[in-house]
Design a protein around this ligand. Structure first.
Ligand SMILES: [Zn+2]
Length: 180
């Protein structure tokens, strides 16, 4: 997920993986559960952490860097972390938020997107220990956005019909893919 401008910050270069953009089938394919912690999974986690730790980035799902496994990282209000095999276990049914949402895989576009105000997901870390990720507002939006990615969805699928149409037209006109 893209971070609102006020939260952006920049760090030095690390293992920043190239992003996949809307139109790439990897973003439309549900990711597989991680059943074994291999060196590949360890390096995926490092890449997710490095690649989310950039100005303007709030969350990153593994398929956004081309890996079809269930893992995502976040960079929200100074907190950076990752979770494997996340499952949403609680959403606030009563309060929603409808602020603008953006996606690193759909660059240059923002649309108001309704999300639960609070979300909680549970997964594991590289040691197999339980990880609970929860929060309100931006963190909640991030959890919902990234788990959607792992299920093969994009936030534009969540938009009202007229907005979704607008987004599709804008995407067809060409994405503002940032220079590396
Ligand atoms: Zn996204």
């Amino acid at each position: 997920m893209k971070a609102p401008r006020a939260l952006r910050r920049q760090r030095g270069k690390m293992a920043i993986r190239e992003l996949r953009y809307v139109g790439d089938p990897v973003l439309r394919t549900p990711c597989d559960p991680i059943t074994e912690i291999t060196d590949g999974v360890r390096s995926l986690v490092q890449d997710l952490l490095d690649s989310v730790n950039l100005e303007g980035r709030a969350g990153l799902a593994a398929n956004q860097i081309g890996v079809g496994l269930r893992a995502f990282s976040w960079n929200v209000e100074g907190d950076i972390g990752y979770v494997l095999n996340p499952k949403i276990v609680a959403l606030d049914e009563e309060y929603v938020q409808d602020g603008d949402e953006g996606c690193l895989s759909v660059p240059g576009l923002w649309y108001p997107t309704v999300r639960a105000w609070y979300a909680k997901c549970v997964g594991t870390d590289l040691d197999g220990k339980e990880v609970v990720v929860e929060g309100e507002e931006l963190m909640a939006r991030c959890i919902q956005h990234e788990v959607d990615h792992l299920d093969g969805f994009l936030y534009i699928d969540r938009l009202s019909k007229p907005l979704r149409k607008k987004a599709q037209i804008a995407i067809r006109k060409g994405l503002a893919i940032p220079a590396e």
